[in-house]
Design a protein around this ligand. Structure first.
Ligand code: SDX
Length: 431
């Protein structure tokens, strides 16, 4: 017999709420019948205490700093897996066999080429357009090249092709967005390179010279993309699920998720972290001044890359990325990076400061990732695009799960606090 919680309301009314327990023993009151039975709704600004769904994709424990994709610890996947293998795991729920991975990777390779008309669309963007605006626009416009993808109820085979096309083409679009922004010739994808090597080739090669893929950079990029691949019901993933719940297409839902991720409080934080570190460097490297600003309630400045809605302990991804940052910078001879030194000083100062300790503010996934992206030669404005590239399999998996579970259209309630009924006043009688 499922446990219940008794809710006693004013006037002697009460209701028994069934308690749902997940596989990791998290518990929730099921309030599905609350309003019909009592007329009450719940209020929870920012959904800090509200579970929007039951999901089997990612488990995280913010107090213990645990993150697992389909049960596999992030530490093991970051060490042993590849981005496309993790993408398969998230989307299809299991680690692929060798044949399954070969077919999946092969299909993606074959679909990295984009329609020539995509090149023409680039010419229409103002030169100052942020790469995230281009990425969300072109992701949505894929529905124009593949109109069948507009039907979210495609057959399994058709959905699989729609998924492969998005995973493949977003990497090309992302690389072309960068090349277009610096006026370099666009590079066509190569079928002899794997996903990460191909992306780096499209980002950094020139027709005038032979591009040598650096295995250290390929390995670091694989790790970064794995670490960003999913994170349960974060802001952008919740956006993808909400938009998809209206029967919007996968491409349209992901395009909305890209715009949510762009927000500086969410995925846009990795760009903000580097800009903050560069501002500290320009200001002479005095981290204490910026710690004081972050603590000052009258100053809107926040220590970007610090704090998290769920993690009230170290973000396990930040720990892995911090080690990787040291390794990559050493391997590239950049171990004396002033930004890395400032980041390390800032982290130490914050972790020993009572304001941060009291609020359980620790470095999150964005704090060190920008330092690696910068070392890999990726420009700051492209950092959130890199986050989107990593998060894409998670968005796809979550959209697919929501569709397969036939979840209803998302439509939260509210409590109205505006004017009560009043009569119209003619324009001549208004104050
Ligand atoms: C991501 O949800 C996810 O899973 C997201 C993500 C993912 O993988 O999808 O992990 C990716 O978005 C990581 C977060 C990146 N954002 C940043 O680094 C921006 C800086 N951090 C914050 O703005 C903030 O910590 C949030 C947005 C991340 C979380 O905000 P919450 O949970 O709404 O907490 P809050 O804003 O209510 O803050 C609680 C207190 C406040 O102080 P008091 O009013 O209690 O005195 O902590 C303070 C805040 O002022 N605070 C900070 C701070 N973060 C919170 N003070 C200074 N610097 C900060 N970074």
């Amino acid at each position: 017999m499922a446990e219940t919680a008794e809710l006693n309301l004013p006037g002697g009314q009460s209701i028994s709420l069934p308690i749902f327990e997940g596989t990791e023993h998290e518990k929730a009151f099921d309030i599905g019948k609350l309003r019909d039975a009592t007329g009450y709704v719940t209020l929870d600004s920012g959904y800090k205490n509200t579970g929007a769904t039951k999901s089997a994709i990612t488990f995280l424990d913010g107090e213990e700093g645990i993150l697992r994709y389909r049960g596999y610890p992030i530490e093991q996947l970051a060490e042993k897996s590849s981005f496309l293998e993790v993408a398969y795991l998230l989307i299809y729920g299991k680690l692929p066999t060798e044949t399954e991975l070969k077919d999946f990777s092969g299909h993606i390779t074959k679909h990295t080429l984009v329609h020539e008309d995509i090149r023409k669309i680039f010419d229409g963007f103002p030169s100052a357009t942020h790469p995230m605006a281009i990425l969300s626009s072109l992701t949505c416009v894929l529905t124009g090249f593949y109109p069948d993808s507009l039907n979210p109820n495609q057959s399994t085979e058709e959905i699989d092709l729609t998924i492969v096309r998005l995973l493949a083409k977003m990497s090309t679009i992302a690389a072309w967005t960068y090349k277009n922004s610096v006026g370099h010739p666009l590079n066509y994808p190569r079928n002899d390179l794997d996903y990460c090597a191909n992306f780096l080739y499209m980002m950094f090669s020139f027709p005038t010279e032979k591009y040598e893929v650096n295995p250290v950079i390929v390995s670091a990029l694989n790790k970064l993309l794995i670490l960003h691949a999913d994170h349960e019901q974060n802001c952008s993933t919740s956006t993808v699920r909400l938009v998809g719940s209206a029967n919007a297409s996968l491409y349209g839902s992901v395009s909305a998720g890209i715009n949510a991720l762009w927000g500086p409080l969410h995925g846009g934080a990795n760009q903000e972290v580097i800009e903050m570190l560069e501002a500290i460097e320009r200001d002479g490297g005095d981290t204490s001044k910026f710690i004081a600003k972050a603590k000052d309630k009258n100053d809107p400045f926040r220590l970007m890359g610090f704090g998290h809605r769920v993690y009230k302990n170290f973000d396990p991804r930040a720990k892995i990325i911090k080690v990787a940052a040291d390794e990559v910078l050493k391997a590239l001879g950049l171990q004396d990076s002033p930004l890395l030194k400032i980041a390390q000083e800032l982290e130490q100062a914050a972790l020993t400061d009572q304001y941060f300790i009291d609020r359980k503010l620790y470095p999150n996934v964005d704090f060190y990732s920008g330092i690696i992206y910068k070392a890999l030669g990726i420009p700051t404005e492209m950092f959130t695009v890199m986050f989107a590239l990593g998060r894409l399999p998670g968005w796809i998996a979550q959209w697919k799960e929501m569709r397969e579970n036939k979840e209803p259209i998302g439509r939260p309630r509210q409590i109205y606090v505006g004017e009560t009924e009043r009569d119209y006043v003619g324009i001549g009688e208004r104050a």
